[in-house]
Design a protein around this ligand. Structure first.
Ligand SMILES: *[C@@H]1O[C@H](CO)[C@@H](O)[C@H](O)[C@H]1NC(C)=O
Ligand SMILES: *[C@@H]1O[C@H](CO)[C@@H](O)[C@H](O)[C@H]1NC(C)=O
Ligand SMILES: *[C@@H]1O[C@H](CO)[C@@H](O)[C@H](O)[C@H]1NC(C)=O
Ligand SMILES: *[C@@H]1O[C@H](CO)[C@@H](O)[C@H](O)[C@H]1NC(C)=O
Ligand SMILES: *[C@@H]1O[C@H](CO)[C@@H](O)[C@H](O)[C@H]1NC(C)=O
Ligand SMILES: *[C@@H]1O[C@H](CO)[C@@H](O)[C@H](O)[C@H]1NC(C)=O
Ligand SMILES: *[C@@H]1O[C@H](CO)[C@@H](O)[C@H](O)[C@H]1NC(C)=O
Ligand SMILES: *[C@@H]1O[C@H](CO)[C@@H](O)[C@H](O)[C@H]1NC(C)=O
Ligand SMILES: *[C@@H]1O[C@H](CO)[C@@H](O)[C@H](O)[C@H]1NC(C)=O
Length: 894
């Protein structure tokens, strides 16, 4: 939802350039400046041209700079270029916006559950399923809770008044430090209103994250346990109630969390990237280099397939956390009753949807059909014989078509209420805003089957619904029979375009019960890598408690080597081969093993790069910190090789699941395949790699697997590796067929015919209310098949006469780069640019006939050479300008 909002907002602003689905949008006129040396930001901004104002002072131990805002986005690029040339300035970056990864809310509690307090889990052993999956339960059972350590959370704030989250904020409280950097109404675009109080009573994401780390036992009705209840939390609120965050705020929050003495920093935030070079990722990398482990959620773009890593998770030394699904599917259900043929009351649970006007609804059920295995139940219009359904609750099976489609078909026959019964385990929230429908809800497959059976037998069932906002609720832990312990299908796949191994490892993030703001129901079941990442942060605290080292590299190496890889599953079926490393990294974290291993590897993974940069021999160290000599036998288990492209003809990566192949690399380890490491000693191991043969290199196969290291002391470790059995440089980055000229009034971006005339607003007036969205402008659509570190769009004049000042850039004779280009570190996918006649140097092209020359640098390409770019040209288009009316007519009083 969040992303659709910003997309709509961007498209509505005709002169604003970029709409990259999934990729972070740019904030107009705003820049992050990094200084060469520290200096006073107020004085710095005062001295700048163009009425710049200070957005945020960014002067920290590890980053000296400021973010600045130019009031006139039209001239800001030129101003920024001027600033970048100042000798006191090291670099200038555009301010970008990032969303909370697209997570799912399955069910939440309500006002009634606040009053329920039981002492479940207080003192008893930890049986919380995400903890059993990761060995976290062993720490609590042994009394290890991360006491004394500080975890900084960069998120939506925390409802610290929640009974399970300490009940207060400040020294001595569970949430003991932090700040609100933005205020409730911040949306990533407007002015932040910071204050000292990081309360979250309107969003929920950060409160859920905090509970995963540190929810207090015995203070909640559902036995929710934080994984590291002894830590204190720092809450750095960077989101308002909805919307995005800008990276200047993220940079500030990370530096504040670092300077406040956080031992670990976690953020469940990101945006599609695939490049480690952006400023936010750079700041996180610097903090890691100072000895503070930073975990960041891998992202929820798994459906986009391989090579879709997210920033800042894809930063160097940043630990990217993937998600696996919980072994149980917890659901918070409203407790209602029903009767069969007016008999005794029986109870059932439902998940209220949106809309949810269920208070005082007592009506008989009417089923679309009695077939409980019909996959497309209720997808077609109901038959003419259907009665008026105004007096019924319609019961329909989930599946095939949308909830909205099913509700619309029911509404067409007068229905006001619809209950969906699930076609998989558990029960979920549903959204079906349809005219005439007042309430939607879901019940489990079992409840549906019970009812259908009775209806089919001719019985009448009356359901007595309750108000989901105030009525009683209960928690049910359904077994997850569909995806238990498997990689969540939504988890984003690495590697980066430069073949860095991403993600690092996985923790449970799918279907996680945790705390939620009291105002939003106190408890919630959510899914996302957002829910996996905080568990990893808590695990770092537990391992630090045991090992007494905070060194990020040592910890990452230990956690990766002891993690358990799992087989591939596509959301339904599992396959007898390990899931690719670009999906699961080292595998599911086994925290106790990591805390107690006496063997430490010198790396957390190996990248064999692609065929152009392939090196057959790699090495790593095995350190034996134990008291006995250990002999290690070295072996290898291949994981599934994933083809990037579905066919040789494709240039765009396939969507999930990419085609898998069981060809694996051959690895050898010297003559004996074993290495003896005496107590206290370190030995270097050489690995010789032969990539898998017989694969279609043009389809860019990514092979991966695990080096197995089994000790004579019974220990067992696995080291993930990956490589590309093809050339990254050989991959086409520019999809020429989808790079075209359209016009700004065409939301579908169809190509325009050659030589169309565009009559543009007077130069510099494109965003003026008199013209904004009132003038049809040329729209350049650039579609990147793969990521490109540098994309150019240069204006080429056709014919002669008008142009006197052309230059030659990379072999193209051009008037210069279009405004907003060149564009750096681009993810794959389409982006759009609306041309108002302006070039990057701030001048406007004279009226005339032009085309765009588009160039996208190949991966690992040399930016100086034209041959390293994929290039195409738009059709010619003619530019004219509206003549400028009297200024007063446009700018009013001014
Ligand atoms: C912008 O103009 C287009 C074409 O006239 C129109 O469809 C769209 O709704 C307008 N958007 C806004 C925000 O006015
Ligand atoms: C366009 O103008 C609107 C207000 O009129 C402003 O909010 C927006 O930032 C401007 N966009 C650009 C690119 O200047
Ligand atoms: C969010 O995820 C859901 C489910 O995976 C998907 O249907 C939806 O399109 C996603 N939304 C965005 C904005 O990515
Ligand atoms: C709790 O865990 C400890 C340590 O693993 C074990 O010894 C004990 O038997 C467990 N208690 C119960 C009731 O399961
Ligand atoms: C649901 O409510 C009924 C009373 O209406 C009660 O008997 C039953 O225990 C409740 N179920 C749960 C799971 O709390
Ligand atoms: C139920 O629907 C499924 C799928 O359409 C069909 O295969 C099956 O025969 C139907 N069962 C009955 C009893 O009609
Ligand atoms: C169900 O209700 C219908 C209509 O009210 C009635 O005709 C029928 O006898 C009832 N069936 C049973 C089994 O009570
Ligand atoms: C792959 O090789 C290129 C060229 O040397 C290098 O820039 C890149 O960092 C390498 N990737 C990895 C993961 O080492
Ligand atoms: C576009 O205009 C140019 C210059 O007048 C002409 O050479 C060219 O043939 C035209 N193209 C089309 C497709 O009409």
């Amino acid at each position: 939802m969040v992303r659709l909002d910003w997309l709509a907002a961007l498209l509505a602003t005709a002169s604003l350039a970029r709409a990259v689905p999934n990729a972070p949008p740019i904030v107009p006129g705003a820049y992050i400046v990094e200084y060469q040396d520290d200096q006073d930001s107020a004085a710095f901004v005062e001295a700048l041209p163009g009425d710049a104002s200070l957005r945020k002072d960014l002067r920290f131990q590890l980053f000296k700079g400021a973010s600045i805002q130019f009031p006139d986005a039209e001239t800001a690029e030129d101003m920024a270029a001027t600033v970048a040339k100042m000798s006191i300035v090291k670099r200038v970056y555009p301010v970008k916006r990032y969303a909370i990864p697209n997570y799912t809310v399955h069910s939440t509690g309500n006002a009634a559950v606040n009053s329920v307090l039981s002492k479940r889990q207080d003192g008893a052993n930890d049986t919380f399923s995400p903890h059993l999956m990761t060995q976290v339960n062993k720490f609590r059972d042994a009394g290890i809770t991360g006491t004394g350590l500080k975890i900084g959370i960069v998120d939506t704030g925390t409802d610290y008044l929640h009974p399970a989250l300490g009940g207060c904020f400040g020294p001595g409280c569970l949430v003991s430090y932090g700040a609100d950097l933005v205020g409730d109404s911040f949306n990533g675009k407007n002015t932040p209103m910071p204050d000292s109080d990081p309360m979250d009573n309107c969003n929920g994401h950060g409160t859920h994250v905090a509970g995963i780390i540190a929810a207090q036992a015995g203070k909640n009705p559902y036995g929710i346990l934080g994984a590291a209840q002894g830590v204190t939390l720092g809450s750095f609120r960077v989101f308002g109630c909805s919307g995005d965050v800008s990276n200047d705020i993220l940079i500030a929050a990370y530096n504040m969390a670092y300077e406040a003495g956080s031992d670990i920093i976690t953020a469940s935030i990101g945006g599609a990237s695939g490049w480690s070079e952006d400023p936010w990722a750079t700041v996180v990398s610097r903090i890691v280099a100072k000895g503070v482990p930073c975990v960041v959620s891998a992202g929820n773009d798994g459906s986009d397939g391989i090579f879709y890593a997210s920033t800042a998770a894809n930063g160097k030394a940043v630990t990217a956390i993937a998600s696996v699904d919980n072994t149980v599917s917890p659901s918070l259900l409203s407790n209602a009753t029903y009767t069969v043929n007016g008999g005794a009351l029986a109870s059932f649970g439902f998940t209220a949807g949106d809309p949810d006007a269920w208070a005082n609804v007592s009506l008989p059920l009417w089923a679309v059909s009695f077939n409980t295995t019909d996959p497309a139940n209720g997808c077609d219009p109901y038959p003419a014989s259907t009665p008026n359904l105004a007096g019924y609750v319609v019961l329909v099976r989930r599946g095939t078509c949308t909830f909205v489609q099913k509700a619309s078909n029911a509404a067409a026959k007068g229905a006001k209420y619809v209950i969906y019964y699930n076609n998989i385990g558990g029960s979920n929230g549903v959204t079906a805003q349809v005219a005439g429908i007042k309430g939607v809800a879901m019940v489990t497959a079992n409840t549906g089957a019970t009812w259908i059976k009775a209806l089919a037998a001719g019985s009448n069932i009356t359901v007595n619904m309750i108000d989901p906002e105030t009525g009683p609720m209960f928690l049910t832990n359904f077994p997850n029979t569909d995806t238990p312990g498997f990689l969540s299908t939504y988890t984003s796949w690495g590697p980066t375009f430069e073949v860095d191994v991403k993600p690092q490892f996985s923790t449970p993030g799918g279907m996680i019960l945790s705390t939620y703001p009291r105002a939003l129901g106190s408890y919630g079941v959510l899914s996302g890598t957002s829910m996996a990442c905080p568990l990893a942060a808590a695990i770092y605290a537990l391992i630090i408690s045991v090992r007494k080292t905070k060194d990020p590299k040592t910890l990452e190496n230990l956690i990766s080597a002891t993690a358990h890889p799992n087989v591939f599953q596509d959301g339904r079926n599992s396959y007898p081969i390990l899931a690719p490393v670009p999906q699961q990294g080292g595998g599911l974290v086994q925290a106790w093993d990591a805390a107690h291993a006496t063997t430490i590897l010198s790396v957390s993974s190996l990248s064999f790069n692609d065929t152009d940069h392939f090196k057959a021999v790699h090495s790593f160290d095995i350190q034996n910190t134990g008291k006995t000599d250990v002999s290690f036998s070295l072996g290898h288990i291949g994981a599934a090789t994933a083809y990037t492209f579905a066919t040789t003809a494709d240039i765009t990566p396939d969507t999930f699941p990419n085609e898998l192949d069981d060809s694996i690399a051959t690895l050898s380890f010297g003559s004996s395949g074993s290495v003896a490491v005496a107590a206290g000693q370190t030995k270097t191991v050489q690995v010789t790699v032969v990539p898998p043969a017989g694969l279609d290199a043009k389809r860019l196969p990514v092979y991966s697997g695990y080096i197995t290291i089994n000790g004579s002391d019974g220990s067992a470790f696995s080291l993930p590796y990956l490589g590309v059995a093809g050339s990254m440089h050989g991959a086409v980055v520019l999809d020429k067929s989808q790079t075209l000229l359209s016009h700004s009034f065409d939301s579908k971006s169809a190509p325009v015919a050659a030589n169309l005339t565009f009559t543009l607003p007077p130069p510099g007036y494109a965003n003026d209310t008199a013209y904004r969205n009132k003038t049809d402008q040329p729209k350049l659509v650039v579609t990147l098949a793969m990521g490109s570190a540098l994309v150019r769009a240069d204006l080429v004049a056709i014919g002669n006469g008008t142009v006197t000042n052309a230059t030659t850039i990379l072999g193209t004779t051009t008037l210069g780069s279009a405004d907003e280009f060149p564009s750096y570190w681009n993810t794959r996918g389409p982006f759009e640019y609306t041309f108002d006649g302006k070039l990057a140097d701030g001048t406007f092209v004279p009226p005339g006939l032009y085309k765009f020359a588009v160039k996208a640098l190949r991966i690992f390409g040399n930016p100086e050479l034209a041959s390293e770019y994929d290039a195409t040209e738009s059709v010619p288009f003619r530019v004219r300008y509206t003549s400028l009316p009297k200024r007063s007519l446009i700018r009013g009083m001014a």
